[in-house]
Design a protein around this ligand. Structure first.
Ligand SMILES: Nc1ncnc2c1ncn2[C@@H]1O[C@H](COP(=O)(O)OP(=O)(O)OP(=O)(O)O)[C@@H](O)[C@H]1O
Ligand SMILES: [Mg+2]
Length: 382
């Protein structure tokens, strides 16, 4: 099911603008009111998504949130319950996978074990009756881009995991289509290889300029690769925005907790006017960018503070407090240490060369402009 007749001829599309606007009418992939149900379970719930031409879109979310289901629906590998799917201006809702103009890379490389790398790369093209010279050209181009040239005569068993995954990517590349779909292509690899291949995929996208939809549950992959990230939960997109926006202004508590490593600190308290009450502390939040939506004058709220947004020392316009170092976690470039704010644990990220010992008393501060505040009941950003 992974190979089909290739769409012919690669027109390299222009690079997307830095912030692709799906409203520009240049959508490459559009999903309209998509519903996918398995019996009583709703895997995808009335989902709308526009992916701009040349955009690198990452679908991110925890296990079971519907990432693969959405990708497989775009690929045509499963039956949808309701809605429409458009690719490159064509309604492909009922089209066969091979007729959708997509190339797909799966988590399991699924290479043909008895074929050489070169045969693996060319097999789908041969099956589709593509002319020999054209196959040679495409295989040569893909192997050059993926640095597979020295490996072309080897069998998959003679390759490392990273090399196998490069062959699997190559098999999608030779189809020379406008849209590539990746489902966790790097998750079988160790951390170092993953980081290397991540850079290669980014480079590939920069030189090809194709539309890419990339599924991962790894937020670092999402942040580093994406033009925009769609963060999913329970078959619903929670936030669709460039990585920096998702990081700086998460729309709800779930997104805030999912993005960022080490994770954001959360404190349960009350918001009264522009003051956050946490135990005995009253933290003035002047400078915090409240959303334009109306909010109650007094409500139970969650304050979110990233470990890297706590500074050592007082701050002229920030909120200052005293903390005692409880645990120190050196991480090389950075050091994470644990203290408390209002009786609740707070992790702080600081420079790795800063000497810290358990029991040290420190003056700490944060800038309210960098906080996130959420309604405790709904989880929505305040
Ligand atoms: N064929 C199926 N029949 C019934 N339920 C299914 C089927 N395929 C998927 N599901 C359910 O649909 C939901 C979404 O599954 P999906 O595979 O899309 O998750 P995912 O986000 O890709 O997760 P993971 O990160 O674990 O791969 C899950 O609850 C899953 O159990
Ligand atoms: Mg999946």
């Amino acid at each position: 099911m992974t190979t089909g007749s290739a769409a012919l001829g690669l027109e390299v599309p222009p690079r997307a603008a830095a912030s692709p606007s799906p409203a520009s009418g240049e959508a490459s992939v559009s999903v309209r009111e998509l519903d996918i149900r398995y019996g009583a379970l709703t895997a995808i719930d009335k989902l709308d998504l526009d992916v701009a031409k040349g955009e690198f879109l990452v679908l991110l979310g925890p296990s079971g949130c519907g990432k693969s289901t959405l990708l497989n629906a775009i690929a045509g590998l499963l039956d949808i319950s309701d809605g429409e799917i458009w690719i490159s201006g064509r309604n492909v809702t009922w089209a066969e996978p091979k007729d959708r103009g997509i190339g797909m890379v799966f988590q399991s490389y699924a290479l043909y074990p008895r074929m050489s790398v070169k045969e693996n790369l060319s097999f789908g093209l041969r099956m589709n009756g593509i002319a020999r010279a054209e196959i040679e050209r495409r295989v040569a181009k893909a192997s050059r881009m993926l640095q597979l040239e020295p490996l072309l005569e080897r069998k998959p068993a003679e390759l490392s995991g990273g090399q196998r995954q490069r062959v699997a990517i190559g098999r999608a590349l030779v189809r020379e289509v406008d849209v590539f779909l990746f489902d966790e292509p790097l998750s079988n690899l160790d951390a170092k290889l993953r980081a290397e291949l991540r850079v290669e995929i980014k480079r590939l996208h920069q030189s090809l300029g194709n539309t890419m939809i990339y599924v991962t549950h790894d937020q670092i992959e999402a942040l580093t690769l994406a033009d925009r990230i769609a963060i999913m939960k329970g078959g619903v997109i929670q936030q669709l925005a460039p990585p920096i926006e998702v990081y700086q202004r998460p729309v709800n508590h779930f997104v805030a907790g999912f993005i960022g490593s080490p994770a954001m600190n959360f404190f349960e308290g009350r918001l009264a006017g522009e003051t956050f009450h946490l135990g005995d502390l009253a933290l003035p939040l002047a400078g915090y960018g409240f959303s334009s939506r109306p909010r109650p004058s007094d409500c139970a709220a969650t304050l979110g503070l990233r470990p890297e947004h706590v500074a050592l020392g007082p701050s002229p316009h920030g909120v200052s407090f005293e903390g005692t170092v409880a645990v120190v976690e050196p991480m090389g470039a950075d050091t994470l240490f644990w203290t408390e704010l209002g009786g609740q644990p707070l992790s702080v990220r600081t420079h790795g060369e800063r000497a810290l010992a358990v029991g040290d008393r420190l003056r700490l501060s944060f800038d309210p402009a960098r906080l996130s505040l959420f309604d405790a009941a709904s989880g929505e950003r305040l």
